[in-house]
Ligand binder design. Structure first.
Ligand code: ADP
Ligand code: 5GP
Length: 203
């Protein structure tokens, strides 16, 4: 296989980390600055937050529709997160990778583990890099979750406890990025993508 043909495999960039660490904020900034990257828009059964648009932030679906997608094998991975279901549409990701694109997935730690299993079991044949976003400190994470004001106190406390537990899995990832400033976290992820794109040419 020529190097050029190998490069056509594209690159899947899995960005994960605890709830409230700033994944969607950093990913939005990354995409705004880098129009060559494409975002996989997830399916979810959760209710839209104010300002969220179906097809842009998520594809908002009912539970029976989500179950149908799972049953048909239409999701590359899926997980129940904080009481709602989330999943990555398979066809979009496969199409983008086939044309050699760089696809960003923003998923919880279960989703990232599931993608890793698919790659290791060769069910997913793609170049994949796993990036874990961490907060500068747990106090800052608590502050950011509070600031977002999308959950009530009880849900927020639960999410914070879950987030602290989720930080334990970070050594399983290829890269750990501290989300200090949104701009610099996005720049660090761009740098990782540039290096990994070169690596896919060599492997
Ligand atoms: P996640 O997608 O990981 O759950 P969000 O992107 O919703 O997290 O971010 C949680 C809150 O933290 C939001 O209010 C967001 O504006 C804020 N935030 C994200 N990144 C930063 C940062 N680097 N500095 C300050 N606030 C941030
Ligand atoms: P939120 O409800 O705050 O938008 O997202 C809750 C969690 O679900 C976040 O950690 C987010 O990264 C994760 N998530 C979003 N889309 C997906 C997906 O397609 N699959 C998985 N496994 N998790 C997702």
């Amino acid at each position: 296989m020529t190097k050029k043909a190998r490069h056509k495999r594209g690159l899947l960039v899995v960005i994960s980390g605890p709830s409230g660490v700033g994944k969607s904020t950093v990913v939005r900034r990354l995409l705004k600055k880098n129009p060559d990257l494409s975002l996989s828009v997830s399916m979810t059964t959760r209710q839209p937050r104010p300002g969220e648009m179906s097809g842009e932030h998520y594809h908002f679906v009912e539970r029976d529709e989500f179950d149908r997608l799972v049953k048909n094998g239409d999701l590359l991975e899926w997980a129940k997160v904080h009481g709602s279901y989330y999943g990555t549409p398979r066809s979009y990701v496969e199409k983008e990778l086939a044309r050699g694109g760089v696809v960003i997935l923003e998923v919880d730690v279960q989703g990232a583990a599931s993608i890793k299993r698919s790659v290791e079991g060769a069910a997913l044949k793609a170049a994949v890099v796993f990036v874990f976003l961490i907060p500068p400190s747990v106090d800052i994470l608590a502050f950011r979750l509070k600031k977002r004001k999308t959950e009530d106190q009880e849900v927020m406390n639960y999410r914070l406890r879950a987030a602290i537990a989720e930080l334990q899995v970070m050594e399983k990832y290829d890269y750990i990025v501290v989300n200090d400033k949104v701009e610099s976290a996005a720049d660090k992820i761009r740098a990782i993508i540039n290096v990994e794109k070169e690596r896919t040419l060599l492997n």
